[in-house]
Ligand binder design. Structure first.
Ligand code: GLA
Length: 385
């Protein structure tokens, strides 16, 4: 992380005639359990991690927005009047936030900014949410906009929904901003009430096995999943008008109302309703300190994501299946939107090195490609450095 911090400052000084940019860091996230539940208004259990996006930023007197992506060695320049969607992709996560602030009638001017980070892109650790949150936090600070943390989260999420075009839920942005060292966040995505649950498991590490499959398909298929859930809700509503989202549905409702719907709609809704229950039970496991039971639920989540929700891929299934055979791995599952990215696993600390080696070797033999592995720590959310 230190490297990205230094890089944004040195790149800023080398490119802009301003000496003292402020630097904001916004972390990536893991999610222990509760996948594809956020936009169904259910619960999630994420945490911010020790990998983040850094932005060095300073305001300008005119309306020019001058951006540098230090890791990509790319520049982008536009103005507050002329900004538009960029085929380069990376500027959109910044311009999307600008767009939200302007739509909300906030007074901002131009700015110079440099970004860098060590959250792997497209690996399911929410590099895009981290960037959006870093920008929202930084602009709020330099232009003294007076927005609270939740408003910044909501602006960052809407930037993704309206400018980038991914109909994501609120989990990633919420975790990035509200993260707390050694805690996971039990977030109710309907009421936005949240609780910090201690997650400082002695002798257990959170390990991410990166399949190296980039989830470029995610945007289109992700939005399809979201509309399939909405379609299921509209059928359930014919019998139960009080059901507004899948959060309000029970497994009995799914069984009775969706038995004649298409298999896709039935499977998607069944998964979401089961996953929401699973998360609530998993939180009870955590309270009792029963990490074995918690881990088993992670495997069950993987099964549901793979067979019912169909957002996994052969590489992720292979990693999760191998993890299950390792006695030192207490639980594992694909994490995030899917179609690639990482498997998150809880691994007994003394055996981490051997387990990682075996998992890497097996992956290479089967897939003929390498796998990155990240051993993560739970850290605080977005902050000024
Ligand atoms: C992506 C989205 C989140 C969430 C997850 C799946 O990370 O950005 O809002 O829906 O997928 O749980």
């Amino acid at each position: 992380m230190e490297q990205s911090h230094q890089l944004v400052i040195s790149t800023f000084k080398a490119n802009f005639d301003q000496d003292h940019p402020i630097v904001v860091c916004s972390p990536g996230r893991v999610n222990l359990i509760g996948e594809h539940t956020d936009y169904n208004m259910g619960f999630v259990l994420p945490a911010a991690i020790n990998k983040g996006i850094y932005i060095a930023i300073s305001k300008r007197e005119d309306d020019v927005i001058s951006l540098i992506a230090a890791d990509l060695n790319k520049k982008h320049q536009t103005t507050l009047k002329d900004y538009k969607y960029s085929d380069d992709n990376w500027p959109n996560f910044i311009l999307g936030v600008v767009d939200q602030l302007l739509k909300a009638g906030k007074h901002i001017r131009g700015f110079n900014a440099v970004i860098s980070g060590d959250v792997p892109l497209g690996a399911g650790m929410s590099s895009s949410a981290a960037l959006e949150c870093a920008v929202a936090f930084a602009l709020n600070h330099i232009f003294d906009l007076g927005l609270d943390k939740l408003s910044l989260v909501q602006k960052a999420q809407k930037a993704e929904n309206e400018f980038v075009g991914l109909q994501c839920g609120i989990m990633d942005q919420f975790a990035s901003v509200f993260g707390k060292q050694k805690h996971v966040i039990k977030l109710d995505c309907r009421s936005l009430e949240y609780e910090y649950v201690p997650f400082d498991l002695k002798g257990i590490k959170i390990v991410l096995f990166d399949s190296m499959v980039k989830h470029s398909l995610a945007s289109s298929e992700y939005n399809v999943r979201r509309s399939q859930c909405e379609e299921g809700v509209s059928i359930i509503q014919q019998s139960y008008p009080e059901v507004k989202t899948l959060r309000d549905a029970t497994i009995e409702m799914v069984e009775t109302c969706l038995k004649d719907a298409s298999a896709d709609i039935y499977n998607r809704c069944k998964y979401v309703v089961e996953e929401n229950d699973r998360l609530l039970n998993a939180c009870e496991d955590l309270k009792r300190g029963d990490i074995e039971a918690f881990g088993q639920k992670m495997y069950d989540t993987h099964e549901g994501l793979s067979k019912l929700y169909e957002v996994s891929c052969p590489e992720l299934d292979f990693i999760a299946a191998n993890a299950k055979k390792e006695s030192a791995i207490l639980g594992a599952r694909m994490m995030g939107g899917g179609f690639g990215g990482c498997v998150i696993a809880l691994v007994k600390e003394p055996e981490v090195d051997q387990v990682v080696k075996r998992m890497k070797d097996l992956y290479f033999q089967k897939m003929n490609k390498g796998m990155n592995v990240y051993i993560t720590q739970i850290e605080d959310g977005t902050r000024i450095l």
